[in-house]
Design a protein around this ligand. Structure first.
Ligand SMILES: NC(=O)c1ccc[n+]([C@@H]2O[C@H](COP(=O)([O-])OP(=O)(O)OC[C@H]3O[C@@H](n4cnc5c(N)ncnc54)[C@H](OP(=O)(O)O)[C@@H]3O)[C@@H](O)[C@H]2O)c1
Length: 340
């Protein structure tokens, strides 16, 4: 079987970890799923849009801090993303550029062009899901390709595929949960006596913070995740700007510690509920009683509880995921996309 050609748009924490995971699972992918792969394109603003039609050397790729500048790095540089697609001829594009809350660009253009080119498009970037879900889904269907995004919410935990594949004809009435790791790491750190800045640095060291961490702190990342869930599993067009949003900037260390001491810790809580006129949704710091499972979710862990017409409460908890969890969601999407 001819190895599938992979294109990586963005080469930060997520796509680098994905490459490590692809390498680690190489034998399993080949032996159990019949998938062989090679990376023919890698690109970002600093790296440029680089192509090696024979496949980049993975160890070299992962070893190079700035692959574009590294002498050991072979490959031609293309002037534009579309030229890169033509030269790299990817069967699958993994889009993991930084989140753009306002309009979802340039990730939407990357995915649109990848699908137009005839590649599957797999992304960890929430922007395209909240700003162009219907268009990209329809384009993928017309092209006979897949547009998949399992890693956009709760890392690699199967949420979208749970509803798509195993809960047909169910109605999601609403959900609540903790969906932003960075603020949860910060609140947990502050409860333990760290300052806000020290806790933020810890989240950044873990690689879970957004490129621009104010997206996390001001509740934007959480609001975008809420909007993605409302758009996809509740079937209601809902831009992130419609989510009522308050971040954790206003919380002092003392307030966070005394809330925990009183048995009502602060959490950045996401909520969405169907109403007569559509959906209402919010992200804000709330004090949660210790009897609520949300109060027990610390660090990078996350939780979501769905209310459906069949299951009144369906809860998924994810404990202390790292970047491999996000990369795994993309790997699972890859297998789903390329196997019958
Ligand atoms: N980290 C996580 O735990 C996690 C979990 C789930 C989802 N995500 C999502 O995954 C995506 C990537 O996250 P990350 O942690 O890998 O971020 P990151 O480490 O900051 O990497 C972002 C990559 O995107 C590239 N990039 C940014 N803007 C670009 C542009 N306009 N054109 C081309 N390349 C561009 C950056 O390189 P240049 O600066 O050279 O362009 C960099 O290679 C984000 O959308 C994030 O929301 C992350």
């Amino acid at each position: 079987m001819k190895p599938l050609a992979i294109g990586l748009a963005g080469f930060g924490n997520v796509n680098r970890t994905l490459v490590e995971l692809l390498q680690r699972k190489k034998n399993e992918l080949r032996d159990r799923h019949g998938i062989e792969w090679r990376i023919t394109g890698v690109g970002s603003r600093r790296i440029g849009w680089r192509v090696n039609a024979d496949g980049f050397d993975v160890a070299e790729l992962l070893g190079a801090r700035n692959p574009g500048a590294s002498s050991g790095w072979r490959g031609q540089e293309c002037p534009r993303y579309t030229d890169w697609l033509q030269a790299a001829q990817p069967d699958v594009v993994f889009e993991a550029t930084s989140l753009n809350v306002e309009g979802g660009q340039p990730a939407i253009d990357h995915i649109r062009a990848a699908l137009d080119h005839g590649a599957h498009a797999i992304t960890a970037n929430k922007g395209p899901v909240v700003h162009a879900y219907e268009e990209l889904r329809e384009l993928a269907a017309r092209r006979g390709k897949q547009f998949l995004f399992e890693s956009t919410v709760m890392d690699g935990i199967p949420i979208f595929s749970l509803f798509r594949n195993t809960l047909p004809a169910i109605e999601v009435k609403g959900f609540k949960g903790i969906l932003n790791s960075t603020t949860n790491v910060i609140l947990t750190g502050m409860e333990q006596g760290l300052s806000f800045d020290e806790s933020l640095r810890h989240a950044q060291q873990l690689g879970v913070a957004e490129t621009d961490a104010s997206y996390d702190i001001d509740g934007w990342d959480a609001a975008v995740k809420v909007a993605a869930l409302v758009n996809v599993i509740m079937g209601v067009r809902f831009p992130p700007q419609k989510v009522e949003r308050e971040g954790i900037r206003g919380l002092s260390g003392e307030a966070v510690r005394s809330a925990r001491k009183s048995g009502m810790p602060y959490k950045l809580v996401c909520r969405a509920q169907r109403t007569e006129s559509g959906v209402s949704a919010s992200v804000r710091p709330e004090q949660i009683p210790l009897t609520d499972p949300m109060a027990l979710v610390g660090g990078t862990s996350s939780i979501i509880q769905f209310e459906t017409d069949i299951f009144p409460g369906l809860t998924i908890t994810e404990e202390n995921p790292g970047l491999y969890a996000t990369a795994y969601g993309m790997l699972a999407d890859f297998i789903r996309a390329v196997t019958p």
